[in-house]
Design a protein around this ligand. Structure first.
Ligand code: SF4
Ligand code: SF4
Length: 207
């Protein structure tokens, strides 16, 4: 049974993880079509390409039988996400292709951020939580219509576990709002689109 690519969401990158891991050369980048292709005759169904680290947004899918293949293809048709989705800034991860608008926290600017006065929103994300890359809410939806001046930051907890510890973060992703040096609000876990409006309202009421 076949490997299926969600071409609506896939960014068709020649550096595709599938090409890298496939031991049989079944994955390839078609330069003419500018598209990831699979040569089914070479695929031995080793499933290496379906491991989460291979495609961080889950575009590589496997169907065990024809019913499953139909179900997967129907799901792809109904999925409203496109590759552009991957290039926007979301809660719980960093955009795949563009530089985040938020300031990236490191050991060199963390202390200055902590001392800074005013509202600060910090997105503490971790590479292991792959669902965020594929599903979580866009920052622009999360902060829509918020008039208060709020400076946004992102902290990669995998690279800087010590900084996450200073903020007392135990779950990933976590979104926290600080007023001066005090945390005034916290949200833990994946935030899907259906909860975005409610969270946006909560932040609006708070600031
Ligand atoms: S890693 Fe995923 S999104 Fe990127 S090119 Fe490969 S299948 Fe597409
Ligand atoms: S299942 Fe294995 S052989 Fe088939 S495309 Fe994926 S990595 Fe290649």
């Amino acid at each position: 049974m076949p490997i299926i690519i969600n071409h609506n969401l896939c960014d068709e990158a020649p550096e595709c993880g599938g090409i890298e891991v496939c031991p049989n050369g079944a994955f390839n980048f078609d330069k003419k079509k500018k598209r990831i292709c699979i040569d089914r005759s070479k695929c031995t169904e080793c499933l290496k390409c379906t491991l989460p680290d291979c495609c961080p947004v889950g575009c590589i899918l496997y169907a065990r039988n024809t019913q499953e293949e139909k179900r997967i293809r129907d799901r792809i048709k109904e999925d409203p996400r496109t590759a552009k989705w991957l290039w926007k800034e979301r809660y719980g991860c960093q955009p795949a292709k563009t530089t985040p608008k938020a300031t990236i926290l490191t050991t060199s600017n963390f202390e200055a951020m902590m001392k800074k006065k005013g509202y600060k929103l910090i997105d503490i994300w971790h590479y292991d939580f792959l669902d965020c890359r594929a599903y979580s809410v866009l920052f622009e939806d999360l902060l829509k219509g918020i008039k208060a001046k709020i400076v946004t930051y992102k902290l990669d907890a995998q690279k800087h576990p010590g900084l996450a510890k200073i903020l007392k973060i135990n779950k990933f992703p976590t979104l926290t709002i600080m007023e001066d040096q005090n945390e005034i609000w916290r949200l833990e876990g994946l935030l899907k689109k259906k909860s975005a409006a409610r969270t946006n309202l909560e932040i609006k009421k708070l600031l």
